[in-house]
Write a protein that binds this ligand. Structure first.
Ligand SMILES: [Zn+2]
Length: 118
């Protein structure tokens, strides 16, 4: 998935949360993103700063990102490894029988903002 599409989906979810929590302005959006998505942080921030102007109440919003390292577990030898590439071969026994156990995460962890009353 491209960064632009990811940022778009973040805003769509964030807008719903904003409505639910009755926020006037959103100041911070904190997201969790798995390394497996292979996003480029700088590109994410660039898209974020452009797109936030299209959403009402997001003009002051800042993006915070926590990246979760990708991890695979081997079904043959049972070991788990952090991987840098999306190549799913076990470094221990060279088996292809591996499973991605971490790194696919993509969700909003927290949103902060100003309420309509304050
Ligand atoms: Zn293995």
């Amino acid at each position: 998935m491209h960064e632009g599409a990811i940022v778009q989906s973040i805003f769509d979810s964030a807008e719903e949360i904003k409505k639910k929590e009755n926020l006037k302005n959103v100041t911070t959006i904190k997201i969790i993103v798995g390394e497996y998505h292979q996003i480029v942080k700088e590109v994410m921030f660039t898209y974020f700063d452009i797109m936030k102007l299209e959403y009402n109440g997001f003009e002051k919003a800042k993006l915070e990102m926590d990246v979760i390292p990708a991890e695979i577990q081997c079904k043959s030898c049972g070991k788990s490894f952090n991987i840098n590439d999306p190549i799913m071969i076990c470094p221990n026994c060279q088996s292809f029988e591996t499973e991605l156990i971490k790194g696919k995460e993509l969700y909003i962890k927290a949103i902060t903002g100003e309420t309509k009353d304050s």
